[in-house]
Design a protein around this ligand. Structure first.
Ligand code: FAD
Length: 300
């Protein structure tokens, strides 16, 4: 299970997947899972979309991962377009499927992710309320989102820290960040939060395999990629193999520094592919082994 003990024992490795849209996508997902399972990640997670059918797929895929593999699977959940009773129903579905880890998110406005957030009339406005609702339901370990480059609708890092404090006080036991491309931003967030709450903040990491894809994601996130990252990718952007190689190199450098700085884990955003993540993981093997702490040293 994903508990405090896990973060204290070693840098926890986790992989994020998306519910596939169709049979072809599903085959691609299972291939990625089979490729990554031998790394024995501490957990994997499945994202939650804005629409009904994709939300059902999150439940089904998370359940199937638990059933067909040895992996601990966490389902994401957002407040988008759902009333409190809808959310309770989803949680009941998760519980009935044996899913006991949830990443509790507000979600982005459907349609225009950078548009104004409007809560469902019978729903929730912020992720801290969802964390509390999940706590009332009982039986779940709950994680939340964090934003090293500051959430686009927050006024400042201090605002984001207040939000994380609220989410921790509501019952969240860990946070996972938006993909990190600037380690210093991650460290600022982690250290500012550490002064107020003891909540492991796990950096998200995406090995870039396509400049177009990462550009689109950065736009959705509302945070452009740092220029020093772009200037390494742009010269090779029309050469797929070269982009992958540079993407793996950048992710390895980021991960290596994150581990050296004591990050409690690495959460890989896989885009349902395995090879780039496998390569980064292999590059880090020595450092990951060295960063494991002996069980006797765990105080909690
Ligand atoms: P919140 O914590 O509610 O914060 C949203 C904004 O409101 C912030 O500006 C915050 O400072 C402010 N705020 C929060 N609480 C309060 C309060 N009580 N009073 C006033 N202001 C407040 N999206 C999906 O749709 N599906 C996914 O599966 C998904 N997975 C993600 C995984 C990770 C690791 C991350 C980092 C993000 C993920 N997202 C996902 C995106 C996420 O839903 C959006 O970034 C969303 O805009 C913010 O979600 P949140 O949970 O951080 O919201």
């Amino acid at each position: 299970t994903i508990t405090r003990r896990l973060w204290d024992a070693r840098p926890a490795i986790s992989f994020e997947f998306m519910p596939p849209r169709d049979d072809v996508g599903e085959a691609v997902l299972w291939e990625a899972l089979e490729g990554l399972e031998p790394l024995r990640p501490d957990f994997v997670s499945v994202t939650y979309g804005a629409g009904g059918s994709s939300q059902d797929r999150t439940l089904r895929i998370t359940q199937e991962i638990s059933r067909r593999t040895s992996l601990t699977a966490m389902a994401h959940l957002t407040c988008v377009s759902q009333s409190v009773s809808d959310l309770r129903q989803v949680l009941q579905g998760y519980a009935a499927a044996g899913i006991d880890h949830v990443l509790a998110l507000r979600g982005d406005p459907p349609g225009d992710p950078r548009g104004e957030w409007v809560a469902h009339p019978g729903g929730l406005s912020h992720a801290d309320e969802l964390v509390r609702l999940i706590g009332e339901t009982g039986g779940f370990e709950v994680g939340v989102a964090a934003f090293p480059d500051v959430h686009p609708s927050s006024a400042s890092l201090a605002d984001d820290i207040d939000t994380l404090v609220r989410k921790a006080d509501a019952g969240a036991t860990f946070a996972i960040t938006q993909m990190v491309f600037d380690v210093d931003s991650y460290l600022r967030l982690r250290d500012a939060l550490a002064a107020r709450r003891d909540l492991p903040v796990v950096p998200g990491l995406m090995p870039v395999t396509s400049v177009k894809q990462v550009d689109r994601m950065a736009q959705l996130m509302g945070t452009p990629l740092p220029e020093r990252v772009l200037e390494r990718l742009r010269p090779v952007q029309n050469d797929r193999a070269a982009v992958r190689a540079v993407g793996v190199e950048i992710a390895t450098e980021l991960a290596s520094r994150l581990l050296a700085e004591g990050a409690p884990g690495l959460h890989f955003i896989t885009m349902n592919r395995s090879t780039a993540t496998l390569e980064v993981h292999e590059n880090l093997a020595g450092q990951l082994a060295a960063a494991s702490r002996p069980v006797e040293a765990i105080t909690r």
